[in-house]
Design a protein around this ligand. Structure first.
Ligand SMILES: [Zn+2]
Length: 390
């Protein structure tokens, strides 16, 4: 057993990392450690397991047995409590230069346990331009025992200067069979449900897991996939757009509410407010109000991000639906992502053309771009549903 067993369908990447872990172990033992690199960039499509791969590599660097997967140190890396591991996951839309400088300082210290100091930076593409410049300086001249593990969806998401100084680990979309196998063996999902979830999630392991284990996620998917056949007129298009945006808002609210409350309570405690303190800011020591404001800004930014991500998942589901329609129209004879929607897909395939399906997919992709560029969601989504009309 090893930490790399968690990498599903990533044999090539795992082989490179195992070898690098050996070089690293040699360096720790006083050898040359030829091939040891201090900056790594993990890229791959959503759900391919970028952070899982980076975390496995972190464990392989910090475990005396190169990532055995069962010792205390491996466990500490898995839950993020290892003293030499700095885990960063930007919660908002961007990661500031101030935060980055603080991170660089924390990363520069000598390893407490004598091996490496490892920084696992998820979504490193969210660094602002100034933050990326600070980061570049840090990885250009790393302290001898610091290793940076950056993750971003595509190499192009990182500025060229950073990219060119990193060793690239490219993850691929795992096959539906590999994902189904993991769900069935590790999460004890019944085989039929595992296969359905793996196909519907199109290689996104986390999404597949949620689809398999959470009924609410399956219900939301149903709601999204019922949209294409409901778009008979302008009124329906507008209300479908409203539903999509509202569902994303509700999901984001549910995901953030609990987090926000815990953080706010902790911050208030840290600034000396007793459990009895009720009135806003009352009883907070000097600086508390400013910190509270900063926290609220961060929470707002995180909510926006989760809302956007949730909406994007729905749009990708629609893309998959029309791609299925297109596959039927072209007689591609492949297994459909949405086999459970076969009747609707066959219907649309018969009554429209392949060219029309392509244009619909374009309309959805355009909507995603506009949302990423901060266009009002209702407006962008409405334009899309109108373009999806028969
Ligand atoms: Zn271990």
């Amino acid at each position: 057993m090893s930490v790399f067993d968690d990498l599903v369908g990533q044999e090539r990447a795992a082989a490179v990392l195992v070898q690098a872990a050996s070089a690293a172990a040699e360096a720790v033992a006083g050898g040359r450690g030829a091939g040891m690199t201090h900056a790594w960039l993990f890229t791959g499509p959503p759900g391919s397991g970028r952070s899982t791969a980076a975390r496995a590599f972190a464990a392989a660097l910090l475990c005396p047995d190169r990532g055995c997967g069962h010792c205390d140190l491996c466990h500490q890396v898995a839950i993020g409590s290892h003293p030499d591991l700095e885990s960063v996951r930007p919660q908002g839309l961007s990661y500031s230069v101030k935060q980055t400088r603080e991170l660089i300082l924390r990363a520069a210290g000598a390893p407490t346990l004598g091996r490496w100091r490892v920084v696992l930076f998820e979504d490193a593409d969210r660094t602002t331009e100034a933050a990326a410049n600070a980061l570049l300086k840090a990885i250009e001249e790393p302290p001898p025992r610091t290793v940076w593990l950056l993750c971003s969806p595509a190499p192009d998401d990182m500025v060229t200067t950073i990219r060119s100084r990193c060793r690239l680990i490219t993850l691929v979309t795992p096959s539906a069979a590999a994902v189904a196998n993991v769900l069935a063996t590790r999460d004890s999902v019944p085989p039929a449900l595992a296969e359905f979830a793996a196909r519907a999630a199109q290689g996104d392991i986390e999404r597949a897991r949620r689809l398999a284990l959470d009924e609410e996620t399956r219900r939301r998917r149903e709601a999204v996939l019922s949209i294409p056949v409901s778009l008979s007129g302008v009124g329906e298009c507008i209300s479908a757009a409203e539903r999509l945006v509202k569902t994303a808002e509700e999901e984001a609210a549910a995901a953030t509410a609990e987090l926000n409350e815990t953080e706010t309570t902790e911050l208030r405690k840290a600034y000396g407010e007793g459990s009895s303190g009720k009135g806003l800011n009352k009883g907070l020591v000097r600086g508390g109000a400013g910190a509270l404001k900063e926290l609220e800004d961060r929470q707002k930014s995180r909510a926006t991000r989760i809302k956007r991500d949730t909406l994007d998942v729905a749009l990708l589901e629609l893309v998959a639906f029309y791609r299925d329609v297109l596959a039927v129209q072209l007689g591609a004879g492949v297994v459909l992502a949405n086999e459970d929607r076969r009747a609707d897909i066959d219907d649309l395939a018969r009554t429209t053309t392949a060219e029309r399906s392509l244009r619909r997919i374009d309309a959805i992709m355009r909507c995603r771009e506009r949302l990423a560029a901060n266009v009002n969601p209702q407006i962008a989504v409405e334009a899309m549903t109108l373009a999806l009309r028969p």
